[in-house]
Write a protein that binds this ligand. Structure first.
Ligand SMILES: Cc1cc2nc3c(=O)[nH]c(=O)nc-3n(C[C@H](O)[C@H](O)[C@H](O)COP(=O)(O)O)c2cc1C
Length: 268
């Protein structure tokens, strides 16, 4: 499917950008997308999206970026969010929509881990009550950037079902479902660890989280939001009335081991 093939599959993190600003029209297109599309997971949570120029690198370099490294970029997008149940999954979901919108606009981006949200907010000079929830570096990919595509888990590795103890035959998936699951397998995650699986039964897909010592609680929840957006966006491209993800309990026993957590479900 076009959206999966051209956008989701083509997106790749970028850590070296051209030293040019992004045109105002493109920033406006991202803002319009954010305001107009149904890109929230939990509608009631108040969020605010802000853009900063290259000077933000100097302000953010001590508080964002894993391994002590913040990425230098001509532009940064920051999402501020009210703290509420599932606000990090919601923030991950929203910013993932923006990452894919950037791909559509010919831009490249990279998520940045937040090591100290309060310090980052203060450095940017923001005194909002909302929490700084996500930081994205973005711009045009440098012409000499030779970053390789990150390897991803396969559809067979990602999917099980109907419970954690049963294998699922992925050959039986109908086309839209297969593309949505492939899009999920292609999602960004902290250090590309992809610590989650999807349990697929004839009516529902369940997202479950695997233990990951390296991923903190914060990035774990952002990861979940990102993978949920990738799934939904591909379904939504063909079925605008597609059901949305829900955090309600599963309707049957998923037979999860003690260290695997249930996250959310979506009707298919
Ligand atoms: C929550 C989160 C935090 C991340 N933090 C960083 C970071 O601080 N620095 C960085 O270079 N990449 C960061 N990334 C990008 C991942 O390393 C990247 O998505 C992953 O390696 C997969 O590569 P891909 O995006 O090209 O598919 C982060 C990704 C996520 C989802």
């Amino acid at each position: 499917m076009k959206y999966y093939e051209e956008i989701v599959k083509n997106r790749q993190s970028c850590r070296s950008f051209e030293d040019i600003s992004v045109e105002f029209e493109k920033i406006e297109a991202i803002t319009d997308y954010h305001e107009d599309e149904e890109s929230d997971l939990v509608d009631e949570i108040k969020t605010e999206l802000k853009f900063y120029g290259s000077k933000a690198y100097g302000l953010l370099k001590d508080s964002v970026g894993y391994n002590g490294i913040c990425i230098k970029a001509p532009q940064y997008a920051v999402l501020y969010s009210e703290k509420a149940d599932h606000y990090l999954e919601n923030a991950g979901y929203i910013i993932q929509g923006i990452t894919l919108k950037m791909t559509e606009l010919g831009l490249a981006a990279c998520w940045l881990t937040i090591n100290d949200a309060e310090a980052a907010k203060a450095a940017l000079g923001e005194d909002t009550d909302l929490e700084l929830a996500c930081v994205l570096a973005f711009g045009y990919r440098a012409k000499d950037n030779e970053e390789k595509k990150a390897p991803k888990i396969s559809l067979d590795e990602l999917c099980m079902g109907p419970d954690f103890k049963t294998e699922v035959n992925t050959d039986l998936f109908y086309h839209e479902l297969e593309d949505s699951l492939r899009a999920s397998a292609h999602a960004q995650s902290f250090q590309n660890l992809q610590p989650y699986r999807m349990l697929v039964d004839p009516t529902t897909v369940h997202l479950v989280g695997l233990p990951s010592e390296m991923t903190n609680d914060y990035d774990t929840k952002l990861n979940y939001g990102i993978v949920m957006f990738n799934f939904y966006s591909v379904m939504w491209a063909v079925r605008p009335q597609a059901p949305r993800w829900s955090f309600d309990a599963p309707e049957h026993d998923l037979k999860l081991p003690d260290d695997v957590e249930y996250v959310a479900k979506i009707k298919i």
